[in-house]
Design a protein around this ligand. Structure first.
Ligand code: BG6
Length: 290
């Protein structure tokens, strides 16, 4: 659907509007306290900017906007599998949601904000990659915070397994000085060293490659030079923490030295927290940022 038609059908004056951007359409959401931008390609939040603040989300200055390529930054939707497919490494990394165009289901306003709901359903392309009937819904709610809720509905007559992540890239002033609080005492899968480990430090610090899947359900706080960003989540037993570090980032043409200004903290379902959804049932994975 083109932006004009979307504006006619779903636009809300001064609150939600649609326009063309690169190869896709983006929605701009405005609440009293913040602005957010969402790409229909990937149902991908690109920006969340509280009034008079810098963007809370990072998008790489080297990001590539092309069909078939995931956007580096914002909040990619990793779904229906996280990272490499468990059985077939030739399938798209982190699933196909982030490289699919979603449709608009609804827009709404409430007393304190605005909401946009996007959807993706099984079709001839998805069936080739994942042989199930499904409906995925992404609800984006903006007030002074940003909430993203990903609901998977099993429309098939058999159960299926889903692993997923709301792969949030946070905009930070310097990876060498930022700290992450909330994971003390938690065990994690260290995907760099390829072993299980436990975090003993109160605050996690960076400066080299970190790729960890924590068994954690609680809130984390990114403590940056001039602000704290609180990340809460629901329906998630795993928190992923990722920064590629300099060596790997320099091999990623869509990131390069951008790695210095990003930290990923992701609400996820993975490892033992992979979700089996029975026929007709659903699961919601969510995160709130602010
Ligand atoms: O380059 P991609 O496919 O967007 O993935 C980026 C990273 O995403 C993280 O969530 C994973 O833990 C990393 O292992 C992965 O490298």
């Amino acid at each position: 659907m083109n932006p004009e038609t979307l504006n006619t059908q779903f636009g809300i004056q001064n609150k939600i509007s649609f326009k063309a951007f690169e190869h896709t359409t983006i929605a701009t959401l405005k609440s009293e306290q913040a602005t957010a931008v969402v790409s229909l390609y990937g149902a991908h939040v690109l920006s969340f900017t509280p009034n008079n603040e810098e963007d809370v989300l990072f998008v790489s200055p080297h990001a590539v906007y092309n069909e078939g390529k995931a956007i580096r930054g914002g909040i990619p939707i990793c779904w229906p599998w996280f990272n490499a497919h468990p059985l077939d490494k030739s399938l798209p990394s982190h699933g196909f949601a982030r490289i699919s165009t979603w449709s608009v289901i609804s827009t709404n306003t409430s007393y304190d904000g605005v909401q946009l709901e996007l959807g993706l359903s099984a079709n001839s392309d998805t069936i080739k990659l994942w042989p199930y009937q499904f409906e995925a819904r992404l609800k984006i709610s903006l007030n002074d915070k940003l909430t993203v809720e990903l609901t998977t509905i099993n429309k098939d007559d058999k159960p299926f397994d889903v692993s997923a992540a709301l792969h949030s890239y946070f905009n930070i002033s310097d990876i060498n000085t930022v700290a992450l609080e909330g994971l003390e005492g938690m065990t994690y899968m260290d995907d760099v060293a390829n072993c299980d480990s436990t975090q003993h430090e109160k605050e996690l610090r960076f400066g080299r490659r970190a790729d960890r899947r924590y068994k954690a359900v609680g809130t984390t706080i990114i403590k940056d030079a001039n602000r704290n960003i609180e990340v809460t989540k629901g329906g998630s037993g795993i928190t992923v923490v990722w920064n590629p570090g300099e060596e790997l980032a320099m091999q990623m043409p869509d990131l390069l030295d951008g790695y210095k200004n990003m930290l990923c903290v992701e609400a996820a379902n993975s490892l033992d927290d992979t979700i089996t959804i029975q026929a007709g049932k659903q699961h919601t994975l969510s995160t709130t940022i602010g």
